[in-house]
Design a binder for this molecule. Structure first.
Ligand code: NAI
Length: 349
């Protein structure tokens, strides 16, 4: 594990297997320096268990950075369940996963990620209290996606102001790759603000539904990143921006919800050389963890959660301005700041 791609001084990695339900999963705790390691659970079909481990390691490290930058008293962790799962066993499988989360006694707190629903988390909640994204009591928590989409909207507004000098989104052209839970909600918000949308998704039914609801224009999967737009919002899976796709972008801004949008640091360099503003993924997509974090930690109100999500906008404005002033890539500046916050908390502990 210590030589594994993605390993970054993680505190622990737990492999889980439950023969009765077919559950196979990995829980990676990157850091609990700032608080319980919190991050969603992804259900995905991996070609090999090693790929699942790499994903869990990378995503949990990303959660540490995300939670630190969002100012949350939470560390970073992530779980991945190796799909496919037997639908007939789904409830029991998530209960088994919940038992494994409980075994970690609160060092890891789970919630939804790609492939996992609120109903799945309700199954987890039957076996552990270290779970969030289950109930939206008083408007706090539940499905994190609308909060994530709201934060991405705030980030787009800040990036548009910074890069294009515009304070409104009317007529702004935005290409959204992936119109699932977050991308779909984002399209709704953008359409309300008068933006013109271009969308693509592997799920034709979902794509049609979002086009009907928002007036978006659907394009082929291969065309969405190179669309003639102002903003590209990657909202599908990670790695959308490679050096090649970065070279072909026509947008001036990349700002979306997907985790790990840059396939590698070289992709970020290409964006920077081309004068394209990249809004670091884990800074812009923190709305969901802010909401489910408040649900888990308690004490928040709907108004305070929405205010914390809206604070993503000014945070990004400051980050982009500082990156310009320092002649630094925003993603490098964000990483350095987040790592500093975590290192300070580690020392204090
Ligand atoms: P989702 O599974 O609901 O949506 C993803 C969508 O992308 C699906 O509609 C899928 O059909 C589509 N898709 C998959 N491959 C594609 C491709 N190659 N081209 C175009 N579309 C493709 O997932 P969700 O929850 O909307 O998350 C989207 C992204 O945002 C993920 O990367 C996730 O990790 C990230 N994220 C989600 C958060 C949340 O609150 N749900 C919070 C923070 C990050």
């Amino acid at each position: 594990m210590f030589d594994q791609d993605g390993y970054r001084d993680h505190e622990s990695v737990t492999w889980i297997s439950d023969a009765a339900t077919g559950l196979r999963a990995v829980i990676a705790v990157h850091s609990s320096a700032l608080g319980p390691a919190m991050g969603g659970c992804r259900l995905w079909h991996y070609d090999a268990p090693g790929a699942a481990l790499t994903d869990a390691l990378r995503l949990s490290h990303g959660m540490s950075l995300k939670n630190a930058m969002a100012g949350l008293p939470l560390g970073g962790g992530k779980a991945v369940i190796l799909g496919p799962v037997n639908d007939a066993q789904r409830g029991a499988l998530f209960e088994a996963f919940g038992r494994s989360v409980d075994d970690l006694s609160g060092r890891y707190v789970t919630a939804e990620d790609v492939g996992v629903s609120v109903a799945d988390m309700a199954s987890v909640a039957r076996r552990t209290r270290h779970v969030s994204g289950v109930t939206a009591a008083g408007g706090v928590g539940g499905d994190p996606s609308p909060f994530t989409a709201r934060g991405v909207l705030r980030g787009i507004e800040a990036a548009v102001q910074h890069t294009l000098g515009r304070s409104d989104l009317d007529g702004l052209r935005v290409a959204v790759q992936g119109v699932g839970h977050v991308g779909g909600a984002l399209c709704g918000f953008l359409a309300e603000r008068g933006a013109r949308l271009i969308v693509a998704d592997t799920n034709a039914k979902r794509l049609g539904q979002i086009c009907d609801e928002t007036g978006a224009e659907a394009v082929a999967l291969d065309d969405v990143l190179e669309a003639d737009v102002d903003v590209v919002a990657p909202c599908a899976l990670g790695g959308a921006i490679t050096s090649e796709t970065a070279a072909g972008l026509r947008a001036k801004i990349v700002a979306g919800a997907a985790n790990n949008q840059l396939a590698d640091p070289a992709a970020g360099s290409v964006l920077r050389k081309r004068g394209i503003t990249y809004v670091p993924d884990y800074v812009i997509n923190a709305g969901g963890i802010i909401a489910v974090g408040a649900e888990y930690l308690g004490g928040g109100s709907e108004a305070s959660v929405l205010a914390d999500v809206d604070a993503i906008g000014p945070r990004i404005a400051t980050l982009l301005a500082q990156a310009d002033a320092d002649d630094e890539a925003p993603e490098i500046l964000a990483d350095r700041r987040a790592e500093q916050i975590i290192a300070t908390a580690r020392k204090a502990r």
